[in-house]
Design a protein around this ligand. Structure first.
Ligand SMILES: [Zn+2]
Length: 468
């Protein structure tokens, strides 16, 4: 069985995950993600390096945009096969892809108007990368699978999905091909969550592998302990309430928003914070929370116990999930301390902008960051301590307290990633380190080599490696 692996994304960078595995003429694409780092955006517009119609199946690890965000384009350009993923991933990906398609359409329209006004031309065409219709066309290709189920993709090729502990429905994918002693197994880690994350099961590890493709987002770092996250949130709530301000939390809709509700729930049960109104002011986070409710089979022991005892974080006392923008605006008139969780996570758009505008110049209030803020975003400017800021066309002085909660990561740190690898029953022939900036990927490759003596490779973009 001839096998080769081509790295078409997330190779010495974080986003745009795409790995093409060829076995005996069968082509499997593991993830088909959008590039989100500014310097790689052009790759989203490039033609696919192989014809989409020549790909037999897509294996999708999870619903984050940097893993699924180019699927509508793949289908539009001729892919006709199935997209295998867990049921939760399929449901989440539909919401995330529709939202992405809407943004693509809006972006194209803004660009067209701007170019018309200024008479300039940009590097990319003024059409959306893909449309809402393209996203809708891709959904019938989803083929939900269960964890641990063996799927016969083609003659002699078996695929199975295993829990990755990163976000709801996230998977590590194992592909085996060939017969007898010539059989080879390749394991794609997907994104691996930290152990003991709220709500979902920890990552497992399926047996053995001849080759491993592993993420390295935080491959050169050690995280704060998860226990400290809760302590920091309690401190923010208690001090802000004493001052009589609000807590404004820019948050990603998937997993992070639900994690915050989980911690608030625990803190309330421990009497560590006062009762307060909590607004989940994001239509997307509201839809995603509904998907969580539908999948109790994916909850860990602690979360299941909470559900049994009618103490679900999704029914947190004081929680209001606001659907309409009128309800959202009404939040501003509430006296006393409230917490407002809203998107976008990096303050690049969405309802969070209104809440920032209403609170950023109040010295009683707190802006609480719970996620990574990219360079160039409004969130990054505020998190870095800028004194004057422009929001929705108005200037504001930053007087609110700005707090960055540490340790809130959905990715394992270098020790946690190594611990995951070390659960392999025997040494793999090669470990390919992907999904990390060069510095992080190279450092993690070296770290694994030092600790285990295994052969590690940090592939480059578009590199093909024969697996023999
Ligand atoms: Zn992810």
């Amino acid at each position: 069985m001839k096998m080769k692996l081509r790295f078409l994304g997330a190779a010495q960078n974080v986003t745009g995950s795409r790995h093409l595995l060829e076995a005996d003429g069968i082509r499997l694409l593991v993830d088909c993600g959008l590039y989100q780092e500014r310097q790689f955006l052009a790759r989203n517009w490039d033609p696919f390096p192989v014809s989409p119609s020549s790909i037999d199946a897509v294996l999708l690890t999870h619903a984050h945009l940097d893993h699924c965000g180019l699927l509508p384009k793949l289908v539009r350009e001729g892919f006709r096969g199935k997209i295998y993923c867990t049921q939760a991933t399929a449901e989440l990906a539909e919401i995330i892809l529709l939202d992405s398609a809407k943004l693509q359409e809006e972006d194209a329209e803004h660009k067209r108007k701007r170019h018309e006004r200024t008479g300039k031309k940009g590097p990319y065409p003024e059409v959306p990368l893909y449309t809402i219709q393209d996203a809708l066309n891709c959904f019938p290709h989803f083929e939900p699978v269960e964890y641990g189920q063996i799927i016969d993709i083609a003659e002699g090729i078996e695929v199975s999905f295993w829990e990755a502990g990163h976000v709801l429905g996230s998977s590590t994918i194992r592909v085996s091909a060939g017969k007898g002693r010539r059989r080879k197994t390749v394991l794609f880690s997907g994104d691996i969550g930290r152990p003991d994350r709220p709500i979902i099961h920890d990552a497992g590890l399926p047996g053995h592998a001849d080759y491993v493709v592993i993420e390295s987002t935080y491959g050169d770092r050690i995280h704060h302990r998860t226990q400290e996250v809760k302590k920091q949130i309690a401190e923010v709530i208690n001090s802000t309430q004493k001052r009589g301000g609000n807590i404004v939390v820019p948050s990603f809709a998937l997993e992070r928003s639900q994690d915050i509700l989980y911690y608030l729930n625990e803190l309330l049960m421990e009497d560590a914070i006062p009762h307060l109104m909590v607004f989940l002011d994001s239509p997307m986070a509201a839809q995603i929370t509904e998907i969580f409710r539908r999948h109790p089979e994916l909850f860990d022991k602690d979360m299941s116990r909470l559900i049994e005892n009618h103490q679900s974080p999704f029914d947190l006392p004081g929680l209001k999930i606001t659907a309409t923008s009128d309800e959202s605006k009404a939040i501003n008139h509430i006296k006393g301390t409230v917490m407002i969780i809203a998107g976008a996570g990096m303050c690049t758009g969405g309802r969070i902008k209104h809440h920032l505008a209403n609170n950023i110049s109040r010295k009683e209030s707190t802006i609480m960051f719970v996620g990574y803020q990219s360079i160039g975003t409004l969130g990054r400017l505020i998190a870095d301590g800028i004194k004057n800021v422009r929001i929705l066309g108005q200037k504001y002085k930053v007087k609110a307290h700005v707090v960055k909660i540490q340790g809130f990561s959905a990715h394992g740190d270098k020790n946690e990633l190594l611990a995951w690898l070390e659960k392999l029953k025997k040494a793999p022939k090669q470990v390919f380190v992907v999904h990390g900036e060069s510095k992080s990927a190279l450092a993690f490759g070296k770290f694994v080599r030092q600790k285990t003596g295994w052969n590690t490779v940090v592939p480059e973009y578009n590199q093909t490696i024969e697996l023999d």
